[in-house]
Design a protein around this ligand. Structure first.
Ligand code: GLU
Length: 476
């Protein structure tokens, strides 16, 4: 039975890297008819916040990633963690280290000066009972360290990266599994220990996470062995890189799912794109897919070893494809709340909003483009330079005046486009200018600039809400 988990730390909002890990876990679980569980790793009491947990859960839901059962809360498992540490102490596989922070600092300084990699030198690994008693008598607190045999070779077969080999000597010395505490207590248990205990308690079969955890996996394998726990399979997904090829970080600007959402990316496009960040579609499969479709064919053979560069153009392209595929009614449902957020009153004319959505839909890349582009339909825009220039062209104002005169006599309701064509033709004739000049000038008057969607539909929408004549008048 496949059981996988996402183990986010609620120390910040849902990050794109965590979300991508969630996607891979979800795809594998659904592919295997297994379970996808959540564990909230909230043991860092200072940095963990309930609002971040909330944000992570909401972000996953928004992306369409559902999970099985209630999330496991790591801080509620402390007894289990402590008893695992106690068993390591009992078996002599862990010990108390009384080295003070100052002693450790000076050790690191010496290592640095000697050009050595920083590591704990295992100085308290085999303290005599007398020495230990002496440190305790001094009132020193202690961390608990797990012994790491330098000569050990740690091997596993990674589902993404193939055969892996780590040496005990490269793990930084005996590993701290519990924070500093008085010597008769067990301090707060630390990451590698708690993850192993929790994954085993949750009967996790496959640990799927980012490549930045590879060294942790080596350490955790030693802990599984020491605690006689069943070992899961491991899959390390490639990191997400910025366009310069470095690990994507906060410095790259947008990294939180919140931000993508606020910019107007759809959950469908983002989930699709995150899947493609490190996974390539099987031959013959379209690159635009739903998570359900990807789950049917997902496997680790198609997960790349190399880091995945974040490509905004590709994400934008996918988002546009998704938006263009939406039914107008769906797009309308997505856009109306954004318009309402702007404080715009949405006309209750039958079909007006749907026509606006149909007009703008094909040119949207981001959902929020539907705010910028809809703005001149809700508020009279100012006249931009190109519009002013157009209105200064010879014949521009006379033909707009002719159009206005005609409309004041017989207003156009905005219904028949054929009728609008006729009105334009005759106004151009009256003013003695080419119809092209009138069209361009009309666009300048209605939208305040020369770029924009189909002119006659634009005019029709503005005519329906009585906004065409005032915009013509202001130019004359
Ligand atoms: N809390 C860890 C993180 O967010 C979990 C890593 C793991 O999956 O074991 O990086």
């Amino acid at each position: 039975m496949v059981r996988v988990r996402l183990a986010p730390s609620p120390t910040g909002t849902l990050h794109i890297g965590t979300a991508r890990t969630a996607v891979f876990n979800w795809l594998f679980a659904r592919n295997q008819d297994g379970s996808f569980l959540l564990r909230i790793e909230d043991t860092d009491k200072e940095r963990s916040k309930p609002e971040f947990t909330q944000n992570i859960l909401e972000g996953l839901q928004w992306l369409g990633i559902d999970w099985d059962g209630d999330p496991v809360i790591q801080s509620e498992q402390t007894e289990r963690h402590r008893s695992a540490i106690q068993s390591l102490l009992d078996k002599g596989l862990a010990y108390r280290c009384y080295a003070s922070e100052e002693e450790l600092d000076s050790m690191r300084t010496q290592q640095k000066a000697a050009n050595q990699a920083p590591r704990y030198d295992n100085r308290h690994r085999d303290l005599t009972p007398e020495k230990e008693a002496a440190y305790q008598a001094e009132g020193r607190d202690a961390v608990i360290r797990f012994r790491i045999d330098e000569h050990r070779e740690i091997r596993w077969s990674d589902l993404v990266r193939g055969p892996m080999l780590w040496r005990g000597a490269d793990l930084g010395g005996d590993m701290v599994v519990a924070r500093r505490a008085p010597a008769d207590q067990i301090g707060d248990p630390l990451y590698n220990l708690v993850v192993v205990v929790d994954d085993a308690a949750m009967a996790i079969s496959h640990v799927i996470r980012g490549e930045d955890h590879i060294a942790n996996t080596a350490k955790q394998l030693l802990l599984y062995e020491a605690l006689s726990l069943p070992v899961p399979a491991f899959a390390h997904a490639p990191l997400i890189l910025n366009p310069e090829g470095r690990k994507l970080s906060k410095r790259d600007g947008v990294t939180s799912i919140n931000d993508f959402r606020a910019m107007g990316y759809t959950p469908e496009a983002l989930a699709n794109y995150m899947t493609l960040l490190g996974w390539s579609v099987p031959e013959g499969m379209n690159e635009i897919f739903t998570l359900e479709a990807a789950a049917k064919v997902f496997d680790f053979d198609r997960v790349n070893k190399a880091g995945a560069k974040f490509d905004w153009d590709k994400l934008n392209w996918l988002n546009a494809q998704v938006l263009h595929s939406w039914e107008p009614a769906k797009l309308q449902n997505a856009l109306t709340p954004l318009w309402a957020d702007q404080g715009w009153t949405i006309p209750d004319t039958t079909g007006w909003t749907l026509s606006l959505v149909e007009l703008l839909g094909p040119s949207l890349t981001l959902l929020n483009d539907g705010v910028d582009q809809a703005k001149p339909f809700f508020m009279e825009p100012g006249l931009e330079d190109d519009a002013l220039k157009q209105l200064d062209q010879e014949g521009a104002k006379p033909c707009l005046q002719a159009l206005l005169n005609a409309l004041e006599e017989a207003p156009w309701s905005g219904e028949s486009i054929d009728q609008a064509q006729e009105i334009l033709k005759s106004a151009a004739k009256t003013a003695g200018v080419k119809k092209g000049i009138l069209m361009k000038s009309l666009r300048a008057a209605l939208l305040g600039r020369l770029q924009g969607p189909d002119l006659l539909t634009t005019w029709s929408l503005l005519a329906q809400i009585g906004q065409d004549l005032p915009r013509l008048r202001r130019c004359l």
